[in-house]
Ligand binder design. Structure first.
Ligand code: PDD
Length: 297
């Protein structure tokens, strides 16, 4: 893989001030992210060498950090600079950036230590959703939401999400969609949308779900395209009885769901409103400006 400057495209890491090889073993034994999952994170997609909706992601990172009383050592602008530097070094034009801010490195004790926060980052090539899944749609399974009460925080504590995703995968599904108190919340790593008639529905924001950046973009696109959108608490029956379902995330973008626990949704094919919104989303990210502020189309 060679980039424009004739340099190899590589996955890279960053930890507390330095860029490193992705293989380097760098996490100290007393790192609280490792010991307690005591940290928060973000995922940003890079298109055309530019991080997409970087401000929105980094603002959410700052909100997550504030919610768990972690003070990052970098400002939002400094974080953006580190990400841009990393993209440059990696030579990747399409990439996934994962950033973790933890409470730092200190001998194990539950209460907060007196130490600076840690910052780590990886930049890797994107894991693209297969063309076949995009064309035919994916299947999901419904599962009890056993996570904590503060799912609006993008916390490193992902054990219930990991277990749910694995259970879904083992049963041949792409995603687990959570139900709490009889209502649909979100996927294990995605937000959920439903189409009924000509109206798009999605779970309203609360502490029970992550305020997805892709979700936010899709809501904006609905407005732009004149598609009615309602934020609504959805029962399982409402969800199963929809014409179209799709999930959203930074890495998955918009993905049609054509089956829920073996039950076909709509006519079993990706729906027209989902397709329209996905096309509009692609136009949105293809319009991402490069560093010279020129729109790349
Ligand atoms: N996950 N809900 C949960 C629980 C998530 O983990 C994610 C994203 C989303 C969608 O958010 P966004 O559109 O901002 O990516 C919703 C990422 C992709 C991850 O953990 O890898």
């Amino acid at each position: 893989m060679i980039n424009r400057q004739g340099v190899f495209k590589i996955s890279i890491g960053f930890i507390n001030g330095r860029f490193i090889s992705i293989e380097e073993e760098v996490i100290p034994i007393d790192e609280r992210g490792h010991q307690f999952g005591d940290g928060v994170y973000e995922v940003i997609r890079v298109y055309n060498s530019m991080p997409f909706m970087a401000d929105e992601h980094l603002e959410r990172l700052m909100r997550s950090a504030e919610a768990v009383q972690i003070e990052p050592n970098q400002s939002l602008d400094q974080l953006k600079e580190i990400i841009n530097q990393g993209i440059e070094i990696s030579g990747l034009t399409d990439a996934e950036v994962y950033i973790q801010v933890t409470r730092g490195i200190s001998p194990r004790q539950h209460h907060f230590p007196q130490c600076p926060a840690s910052l780590s980052m990886t930049i890797r090539p994107v894991r693209l959703v297969s063309e076949e899944l995009r064309r035919n749609g994916a299947s999901v399974t419904l599962m009890d939401d056993e996570r904590w009460a503060n799912c609006y925080i993008k916390s490193l504590n992902l054990l219930p999400n990991v277990l749910a995703k694995q259970a879904a995968y083992s049963a041949g599904h792409y995603e687990a969609v959570f139900i709490r108190d009889g209502l649909i919340t979100e996927g294990s790593s995605s937000n959920v949308f439903v189409v009924k008639g000509q109206v798009v529905y999605t779970t309203p924001l609360s502490k029970k779900i992550l305020s997805g950046i892709t979700r936010q973009a899709v809501i904006g696109l609905c407005k732009e395209l004149g598609i009615a959108l309602e934020e609504k608490e959805m029962t399982t029956e409402f969800f199963m009885d929809s014409d179209e379902i799709f999930i959203t995330s930074t890495t998955t973008e918009l993905l049609p769901i054509c089956s829920v626990d073996g039950q076909t949704i709509g006519d079993g094919k990706p729906g027209s409103i989902t397709q329209r919104l996905y096309t509009a989303y692609q136009v949105l990210y293809k319009g991402t400006k490069n560093r010279q502020n020129r729109v790349i189309l």
